[in-house]
Each structure stands twice: as C-alpha cells, then as structure tokens.
Design a binder for this molecule. Structure first.
Ligand code: SF4
Ligand SMILES: [Zn+2]
Length: 145
C-alpha cells in the first residue's frame, strides 16, 4: 500500500462544477454563490488563499468581487485605493480589527473575534503638487492692485 497523498483543500470545495455561477455578471448569481460558500467546509482557507492572490473577480470565500476589492483596498486594475470605510473582517464581517503591522504599501490586519488575518494594500499618500513657480506674495489670479 502507498501513502495517501496530502489532501488538497480544493477537493473539499462546495463550489465544484459551479464555475459559471461564481463568475457570472448577474448579482443574483453572486448571492447564490455566496450561499454555497456559507456551507463550504474550506471557506476560511479559500478566503485566505484568494486574498493572498489578490483575486478581484468572481466570488471567493463568501465574498463577491466588490467585497474582495474593498478588503484588499484595490480597484479592478489591482491598483491600491484608499479604504474610506471602517475595516471589516472578510471572514466574520465584524469590525473588531487589530492592526498587526504597517508597511509602506501594505497593512496586516487581524480580526479580534475570529483571528482571521490578512494583508491589505495602502494607497500612497497624495501630496500637494509643488508650486515652485508661484510667488506666494502674489494672490491667485494676478498681481494685486
Ligand atoms: S468558499 Fe466558496 S469559492 Fe471557496 S471553495 Fe468554498 S464554495 Fe468555493
Ligand atoms: Zn473575524
């Protein structure tokens, strides 16, 4: 007898054969897909994997693509955007979030409720354009007087 190879978590996926539903353009299909995720035994692993790969299309781990991008703070091109809302756990959807580490372009979060951890992108800080050519003594619109 040979050893059984390690189990691939994808073998346990509840979405096997449902690809169309998960990549549909119809939000009603996303709801059906998310209902399947809610019953999936590997949802946590799937969500971790999806966020690590910065998946931004389709339904993964119970999140639709808007929620995935919001969690990652990226737009549909994968570019970082400011996350203007309070950070929410992508797994349990609660807002008790601890910041573990901040890097220049990424933030590491941890959910205090369910211990889910993930990295989100950080949008670069926008700086005011330099106004070297403008004489601060001259009001905008031309010379005074
Ligand atoms: S969580 Fe959803 S997308 Fe992920 S494997 Fe399970 S059913 Fe598929
Ligand atoms: Zn959580």
């Amino acid at each position: 007898m040979t050893d059984t190879p390690p189990k691939n978590w994808r073998d346990e996926a509840a979405c096997a054969g449902e690809l169309k539903l998960f990549f549909s353009g119809d939000w009603r299909d996303w709801q059906k897909a998310k209902a399947i995720c809610a019953t999936c035994p590997v949802r946590r692993t799937c969500l971790t994997d999806s966020l690590e790969h910065e998946d931004r299309f389709g339904v993964w781990g119970g999140l639709d693509h808007y929620q995935l991008r919001e969690t990652l703070s990226i737009d549909k091109n994968g570019d970082p955007i400011p996350n203007l809302k309070a950070v929410k756990c992508p797994y349990c959807r609660l807002r008790d979030i601890e910041t573990l580490e901040k890097k220049r372009s990424r933030i590491h979060y941890r959910c205090e409720r369910c211990d889910f951890q993930w990295w989100s992108r950080r949008a670069p800080v926008k700086r005011e354009p330099k106004s070297d050519n403008v004489d601060p003594a001259v009001p905008a619109g031309g010379e005074a007087g």
